[in-house]
Design a protein around this ligand. Structure first.
Ligand code: AMP
Length: 407
């Protein structure tokens, strides 16, 4: 079904066509008519499914009068807020809707000026929005469409109390859309409070990685993790690779070591200044950096065209993060590869991921890599310490798939 038949305004359909979309994705097909019908919605969808357009297109169609903030979209991170605002801007290019983005880490001046000029749609992170509301630069009395996006990430980041405060400042008479990959009890409670008779849509079972991603893991000793990463990069034919690190410090360390190996590398995490984050992301998008090392929070939901490979330097500790991380590649039907380095200490996390996604992740061994023997390989152990012996037992019956061909 073409976009035209979904009930979107003519200007919005033109905007979508100009963006180069031919057909709606499943979440757009199901979500757009519900939102246009005025329903509250709870959406569980993988990133990369076209979730942003699923809410932005009907919102741009529904907003009628101008000059007052009638739509508020809350996002957990600055990067996501900027990305979503850009999407509104792009899809709405043939409308005269004004959008503004608000996030912390930068001066207040420009954001205040933008608000003073009058905006229809505000995309914001909770902290800075509360600041500006407290300073009287903005009020939410005219909001009739509220979007809470990536709510599970907001929960992780401790934003839910701020979100509640913000919701309390919006009129009760409104349409609310809530998106969250998972719905743990805290989010269930928030949804029950914030939504009225919501329709639920779940797309592409949020537990399964995108079908366009081939994924595998590489068991390795902790002492050889970096070496294996470097070897993988050397032997992989990649255009752009996103590497995830569990910690900010780890991300910096990996970036520094990769630079020493003559890779062009950007690092993205929340200890970096806003200017540095923008520079890293823009440089990665433009191809100036072939590698970006990021933490989960910074990279959640980011849409970077043409990421050919994702490497998890550490196994994600929350299974749903695995799906999100490897969702950075293989977006919008492009094929991508995702590799996860796994040490014996991380095995339990790997198992949890496999249970969560309902699949065994194939285990590979890099050909001609000088592995120190680890208990992860063929049941051998490097040292006689008790942990390794225990590990051998844990690994019993764990078979390894044949080695992957060198690329
Ligand atoms: P999202 O899940 O909103 O982050 O979107 C993921 C990617 O899919 C973005 O690059 C969008 O530009 C792209 N996209 C969204 N909807 C469509 C569509 N109907 N056809 C093609 N690409 C799309």
């Amino acid at each position: 079904m073409p976009f035209k038949q979904l009930g979107l305004s003519e200007e919005v359909v033109r905007g979508v066509q100009a963006a180069g979309y031919v057909e709606p994705t499943p979440i757009q097909l199901r979500g757009i008519p519900l939102i246009l019908a005025g329903k509250d919605l709870i959406g569980a969808a993988q990133t990369g499914t076209g979730k942003t357009a699923a809410f932005a297109l009907p919102i741009l169609t529904l907003l009628k009068t101008h000059g007052k903030c009638r739509c508020l979209v809350l996002e957990p991170t600055r990067e996501l807020a900027a990305q979503v605002e850009t999407a509104f801007h792009e899809y709405g290019r043939f409308t005269n809707m004004k959008t503004a983005v608000i996030f912390g880490g930068v001066g207040y001046g420009n954001q205040k000026q933008e608000l003073q000029r009058g905006v229809d749609i505000v995309v914001a992170t909770p902290g800075r929005l509360l600041d500006l509301l407290g300073q009287g630069s903005l009020h939410l009395r005219d909001v009739n469409m509220l979007v809470l996006d990536e709510v599970d990430r907001m929960l992780d980041m401790g934003f839910l109390p701020d979100v509640r405060r913000i919701v309390n400042l919006c009129p009760k008479q409104r349409q609310t859309l809530l998106f969250s990959a998972t719905v743990p009890p805290e989010i269930g409670q928030l949804a029950a409070w914030v939504l009225r008779n919501p329709e639920k849509i779940e797309i592409g079972a949020s537990r399964s990685p995108a079908e366009t991603v081939t994924h595998a893991c590489y068991p390795v000793a902790t002492s050889q993790k970096f070496q294996l990463l470097a070897a993988l990069l050397q032997r992989t034919n990649f255009d752009s690779v996103l590497i995830f690190s569990r910690t900010k410090h780890g991300a910096d360390k990996i970036a520094t070591r990769l630079r020493a190996e003559r890779h062009s590398v950007a690092a993205l995490h929340s200890n970096r200044t806003q200017r540095e984050r923008v520079e890293a992301l823009d440089g990665f998008k433009s191809g100036k950096y072939e590698v970006m090392v990021a933490t989960d929070i910074a990279a959640r939901g980011l849409d970077v065209e043409g990421v050919t490979h994702v490497i998890n330097y550490d196994v994600p500790q929350h299974p749903e993060d695995y799906v999100h991380r490897i969702g950075r590649t293989g977006r919008a039907q492009k094929v991508g590869d995702a590799f996860t380095l796994v040490t014996i200490e991380e095995l339990e996390y790997l198992r949890a991921i496999e249970r969560f996604i309902g699949q065994t992740i194939p285990q590979l061994k890099l050909e001609n890599f000088d592995y120190v023997l680890t208990p992860l390989f063929e049941g051998k152990q490097i040292s006689g310490d008790r942990r390794s012996v225990r590990a051998v037992r844990t690994m019993k019956g764990y078979s390894f798939s044949p080695s992957r061909k060198r690329r």
